[in-house]
Design a protein around this ligand. Sequence first.
Ligand SMILES: Nc1ncnc2c1ncn2[C@@H]1O[C@H](COP(=O)(O)OP(=O)(O)O)[C@@H](O)[C@H]1O
Ligand SMILES: N[C@@H](CCC(=O)OP(=O)(O)O)C(=O)O
Length: 373
Amino acid sequence: MSERSAIKDKRRWIIKVGSALLTNDGKGLHIPAITELAEQIAFLRDKGIDVILVSSGSVAAGVTQLGMKARPVKVNELQAAAAVGQASLVRHYEDAFQPYRINIAQVLLTHSDIANRERYLNARSTLIKLLELEVLTVINENDTVATDEICFGDNDSLGALVANLVEADLLVILTDQNGLYTADPRSNPDAELLFEAQADDESLMAMASGGSKLGRGGMLTKLSAAQKASRSGASTVIANGREERVLERLYAGELLGTYLHASERVASRKQWMAGQMKISGTLHLDAGASKVLKEAGKSLLPVGVTSIDGQFKRGELVSCVDPEGNEVGRGLVNYHADEASKIIGKPSEQITEILAYGGPDELIHRDNLVVHR
Ligand SMILES: Nc1ncnc2c1ncn2[C@@H]1O[C@H](COP(=O)(O)OP(=O)(O)O)[C@@H](O)[C@H]1O
Ligand SMILES: N[C@@H](CCC(=O)OP(=O)(O)O)C(=O)O
């Protein structure tokens, strides 16, 4: 099927694995699931695919390690279990990836980290650098400081946020069901598996309900994650992580799981980003910088900026105007206004000396810049 064969061309995958898959019926982490995941991710990386893993399982691991009889109800007990379990979760990932000589990074994020523009840029630039360094990043919610996911059992939306953040092409949500059924297959044995749909098809929501005892988001959170991922152009596959070699077979175009297409009408991440935020300042460009931005799609270097207006912070959206005052584009600025005012007109090699720290060469990186054509 053509849509499935197109999966091969998706170069950046976010793979989200849920508690339901990573635990052995509540008896701690299911190590073979982690080992198999490592083998399949190593396969995808060999094919040149960038992979970031969003993994749940910390609470489930911690509950067993602490000898608790069941998943606690009190939020601070859940948080404590997550803190204990996260350490062993990552240790198991390290062990599982060691035979492939793949280094692991642990990144704990919250939704508000990504809503804050400065943290958004910091998180994005760290994750992109980790990809460049060929490290496998394992992300989980930072359950100590945020309780959204832990209470609701929803790391699915974290997967979608990461897909937006690094402009992934595909979000793969691995769970304990074969995909989205017309009704919850646990209580409806006649429910049928849906092979594909549009991510923004609201009628799907009526089919989905909450999930298991260990994770708890169920299909509802997976569908809303697919909608969020679709906003920055990523399609989503919901598939059964217990299916043998599921990732390799998805890569080969096999008809597995539910494929939720990103809507074509949806803006790319850049347009989405530019449309989302208010403008916090203006950078006045010289003629040369205006030209390379428009014609060569380059990043904006400080040397091409003659003056700035506004008290913007790092990560905020600023407007770039040419010497005639016409807007050339908009982008997320890498420096606070105070710092920017010191480095404009200067070659990037001087930034470290002027600011006494080594920031990016660009005032706005081209990945974070939307130019009007
Ligand atoms: N329409 C549906 N199709 C498939 N599964 C569904 C549906 N509605 C609810 N579910 C439930 O969602 C569960 C998976 O969600 P969850 O337990 O949160 O998993 P995870 O920990 O992988 O995020 C399934 O085990 C199933 O009981
Ligand atoms: N962050 C916590 C809770 C997240 C959670 O349960 O999500 P999920 O199982 O993916 O629906 C954990 O790792 O256990």
